[in-house]
Each structure stands twice: as C-alpha cells, then as structure tokens.
Design a protein around this ligand. Structure first.
Ligand code: ARG
Length: 591
C-alpha cells in the first residue's frame, strides 16, 4: 500500500477499488460511473454496500446478480474487507477487516488531525453570518445565524479552506434619518463631545425615535433631510451615524465575546459607493426595466397571483437603493475583489426568496461565473416551549444577553446541586467557570443538533439535561475519559505512537469503526452544510464509548489489551474534543 493510500479513509479507498474493478470487468466506458459505495443501512449487512450492479443492469443488458458476480471477480479489496458477498437481487455487501481497522486506528492515534486530511485544493469561501442591524435588537434569529455560521466556518477552516467570515451588518438605510434626527433632539451634546456617549439601551432609543417619527410631521421632514445629508456625506450627520454604529457594535461585541465568535464586520454601508454601478451595469445588459417609477428586473419563475412575472426592485422611485441592491453589489465585490469561490449565507428561511432572486439576477447579469457556488442555508424559527414565538413570561421579546445569562445561571444551579449530591467541594472559581462553559455550550449545541431547516424549540431544561443528545452529556463523556487517566495516573501521550490497537470485543469493534468515520462525516458537512450530522456523530460516539467502557475493563486489563484500550479511550476523547471544537464548544477536564 502506498503511503498516500494509507491515509485515505475506507470509504474513498473502496470507491476507487470499485472503479478499478468496473473498468477491468466492463471497460473504460465505466470509468466515470458512480460506484455507489455507501455506508450499510443496517450493520447486519456489513459496513458498506454498493448497488451499482442494479444501476448498471439496463446499460449492460445483464441481470444485476450476474453483473455483481463478474464485478467481484475483479474487485480486489483484500486487506481492507473480508470477502464481499452478494445479497438479494445484486447488492454487494462489504465488511471491514478488523486488522485493517486496527492499522487505521493506529495511524489515527499518531495523527493530530485524527485522520482528517488537509485538502489538496483549498477554496476561498465566504460565510456571511450573524449580520444584525444597527440600533435594532439582535434577536434569537441572529443568534441562530451566529451559532450555525460560526460552526460551518470552523469546519471549513479545519478542512483547510481559506474562510472569510463576514458580518453583513445592517448599518445603512433611511431609518438612520430618523435616528439621527432623534439623537440631535434628545442628546444634543452627543455631537459636540469628543468621547463616545452612552445612549443607554439602543433598542429603546429606536422605539422612542420611531414614536417621534410616527406622530410628528415636522420631525418626519427633519428626518428626511437627515437622510439626504447623511448620503451627501455631511460631517455632522456622519458623526451621528458613527456614534450610533459604535454603540451597537459594543453591544454586539459583548455577545460575540461570550460566544467566542470571530467575525469581520463589513456592513451594508461598505457597498454604498458600488450601488450606482450595479444599476448602470444592469441597464447596460438590458435587464433593467421601469415599473411604477422604480427600476427593477423582472424575475423568471417568480409570479404574482395573476401569473405575471414579479419584479425585483433595485432602485426606488425616489432614487434610493435597497437591501437587494446592496446584496447584488456585495456579491460582485466578493467574487471580483475577495476572490470567493463559494459564498454561504446563513439567515432564516424567510429570506429564501430574497436570495434566490438576488442569485438569479446576478446570474443573468453575468456576474456569477459557473465555478462560483452561492448558497443560502436557511434555518427555522426559534420557538418557546409552547410552540409560539419565544417571549419572556411577561410577553416581551427576550434579549440575547438575558437568554445567555439565564443559561449560565441555570447551569450554575445544576452544578451546585450535583456537587451537593456527590458531596464534593469546589471553589467558586471552578463552579462559575464550569457553569459558563456548560451554559453557553448547551445553547449552542441544542441549536446545532437540530436539522437547521426545522423550527427549533428553545428549552433550558432539555438543553441542560445530563442525559440525551445534549452538550452536558457530551462534555461529561469527555470528562469520564479524563477521569480514567487521572485514576490510573496515565499520560495518554506516553502510550507512544507504536501502541497496538486490538479490536477483539464487539464493543471495541463498534467503537473503532465509528472513530474512523470522522473524516467521512466532516466531508458530508462540508457539502451539505448540516452541522447536526456532526452532532449526531458525536452523540453516537459518546454512546459507543460508554458501552465500550461499561463492557471492557480498561485499567485492570492485561497488557497488551490495557494499552490498546487506553488508546481507544484517548482516541474517543480527542475525537470528542475536536468535534466539539468545530461546533464552537470547549471541553472541560473536570466538571
Ligand atoms: N441584516 C439582515 C437581517 O437582520 C441579515 C443579512 C444577511 N446577509 C445578507 N448578505 N443579506 O435580516
């Protein structure tokens, strides 16, 4: 086996073995055929299966079983699998050879990347996530975007891609006229003082400004004037705008800090100077049309009730631009200037149409080359336990800050009662650190572990439970392994890289196979951008580890079993630690 083969995971190796066999058996015409090797649907049938014989039956004019038999004569999977078998009409079943698994696990043990190879060809990828709006509330929808986007960025970065994390903050628009007018009225000193002013709760500020706007025509006129001044770049208005942005930014940053989120802010205002060009180029390419005084592009496949094509407005009748115009400019900039090859937008599913329309217009305008992939990854709503919009008991919208604080407070209470039960004494510092990690991890994990496209029910009780598919359960599995090493006074690193791994008991085999699937799972997530698959993998890993640990003695086992089992423990722990870190979760050594 060549060394490059050595690193590849079983799945890829089997695929290429199948392709070779297909060519030898039926000719090079089949070189491009998908060998259809997939993980077995039921462990009873082995580890992998291929239905390629059934798929080729028509093309080759032979019964699938006959094709399968011929294929097996050429399929050389010795050293990887036991002799393949044919089942039913022509399914090929494959079971991995324990010695092969043992060698792979040994390789994995000495590899800091745990068998996940860095990519040979990395892509420039933009993840557009979080993206709250200035002077408006950063709500639970933004929290979902922040958590999901960050995890996706982490996974892509770990794969080796060159990722740009962009915060497309809503920092521009006509609402700033109103806000600036109100700032001048309510805090006249704000504009003369040199140091930043604390405007208090910006959401309340927004509400007051809106109320002034809605009830006073004179104020409205002033607000409109302010928009014009701001757009003209007048110094005073710009300063007021900056003040408002600065204040919001501080509030957002506090949330990012507690969630450990890295983001590059590049708000809507950044693309302002590029907006006229968007319109000019759309006009030039013949896509721009006038409708009721506004400039728009008529969309394909989007119609109104009467069946007429819907317009995407890109410039309003008063000359103003909008959300879509900015996204068109951003898309061009990201492709032309940032060199993005894949752009991922993380927002709620309510914006699905917006993105489909923007992508379509960009495509038709020729701004979206075929080798660039743009994808909107939508997510569902966050609901309270009653299935309705998440609210406080008194019916108000929940502030993110309060929500995170509550998770930590509840985690703290849980820890105290657990320590009491176990009659353990820990320092205040220990308790508050563990509470912080557990609380924040619980919020992140409960969000990530659901399929993101469904609505998601926010329940402190469920996310903080020690049992089930939760962060505490996962963190605890990790702590359990660290407990073994403390108890046996083991330094896993001292096991050395040439420790032999033996898979003799069923539970060892099951755990070993699962460990080796990490790389496959990460490639899947890289494709379909569903972090819940990684959560599911880690959850099953914890379960399989717990079964192994219940069934196999570790510290009391005889050598060479003892070292092998310790190595399996360490692999499980390192896989959990890595996997959780890709979800934005840090492990604890003790809890
Ligand atoms: N600010 C928007 C909102 O709060 C999200 C922006 C998403 N990104 C984008 N490029 N449109 O709904």
């Amino acid at each position: 086996m060549s060394s490059s083969n050595n690193c590849r995971h079983p799945f890829e190796q089997l695929r290429s073995k199948f392709t070779q066999a297909l060519i030898s058996a039926f000719g090079s015409d089949l070189a491009e055929i998908d060998p259809m090797v997939v993980p077995a649907s039921n462990p009873k049938f082995g580890d992998y299966q291929s239905n390629v014989a059934l798929a080729l039956s028509k093309q080759l004019g032979q019964p699938p079983r006959v094709i399968a038999q011929t294929l097996l004569q050429y399929l050389d999977v010795g050293g990887i699998c036991q002799a393949p078998t044919i089942a039913g009409p022509g399914f090929i079943n494959l079971s991995l050879e324990p010695t092969y698994l043992e060698t792979k696990l040994k390789d994995m043990f000495s590899d800091p990347r745990l068998g996940v190879e860095p990519l040979r060809i990395a892509k420039r990828i933009i993840v557009d996530f979080s993206s709250p709006n200035i002077a408006k509330e950063m709500h639970v929808g933004h929290l979902r975007s922040t958590i999901i986007g960050d995890s996706i960025a982490r996974i892509l970065e770990f794969r080796g891609h060159d990722v740009l994390r962009l915060n497309h903050v809503g920092d521009w628009g006509t609402q700033f006229g109103m806000l600036i007018a109100y700032l001048r009225e309510a805090y006249p000193e704000a504009l003369t003082k040199s140091d930043a002013l604390d405007l208090g709760d910006l959401v309340a500020f927004y509400r007051q400004a809106k109320q002034r706007f809605d009830t006073d025509e004179k104020f409205q006129a002033i607000a409109r004037q302010e928009v014009v001044k701001l757009q003209a770049g007048e110094q005073d208005s710009r300063k007021a705008w900056q003040l408002l942005c600065e204040q919001s930014r501080r509030e957002f940053q506090a949330i990012y800090d507690s969630l450990d989120i890295q983001l590059t802010e590049r708000g809507e205002s950044f693309y302002n100077p590029l907006l006229p060009d968007v319109i000019a180029d759309l006009k030039h390419s013949g896509l721009l049309e006038e409708s009721a005084g506004a400039s728009c592009v008529f969309l394909e496949g989007f119609t109104n009730k009467e069946g007429q094509p819907l317009p995407l407005i890109v410039q309003k009748s008063d000359g103003g631009y909008n959300y879509a115009t900015t996204d068109l400019a951003a898309l061009r900039y990201r492709i032309e200037q940032d060199g993005a090859q894949r752009i991922i937008y993380v927002t709620d599913s309510g914006q699905a149409n917006h993105f489909a329309q923007v992508f379509q217009v960009a495509h038709r305008a020729g701004w979206l080359p075929d080798n660039v992939e743009v994808v909107h990854i939508p997510f569902g709503l966050v609901q309270g336990e009653d299935g309705k919009k998440l609210k406080t008991r008194s019916g108000e919208t929940i502030r993110l800050r309060d929500l995170l604080d509550e998770a930590v407070t509840r985690a703290y209470k849980d820890i105290e009662s657990r320590l009491n039960e176990e009659d353990r004494n820990e320092t205040e510092q220990f308790k508050s650190y563990v509470a912080k990690v557990v609380g924040i991890s619980a919020v992140k994990y409960s969000d990530l572990s659901q399929n993101r496209s469904s609505n998601y029910i926010f329940s402190f009780d469920k996310m903080l439970a020690l049992q089930g598919n939760t962060a505490p359960y996962m963190l605890y599995a990790y702590v359990r392994v660290q407990g073994i090493s403390r108890k046996g006074n083991i330094d896993f690193e001292q096991l050395g890289t040439d420790v032999s791994i033996l898979l003799q008991e069923d539970a060892e085999l099951v755990l070993g196979k699962h460990l080796l699937q990490l790389s496959e799972v990460l490639s899947e997530v890289e494709q379909d951008l569903l972090p819940n698959r990684l959560c599911q993998y880690l959850f099953e890993l914890s379960q399989k580890f717990n079964q192994f640990y219940d069934q196999c003695r570790v510290l009391q086992a005889e050598e060479p079993k003892r070292s092998s089992r310790l190595a399996l423990c360490d692999l499980a722990a390192r896989t959990l630690k890595l996997g959780l870190s890709l979800l934005g979760i840090t492990v604890l050594e003790r809890m």
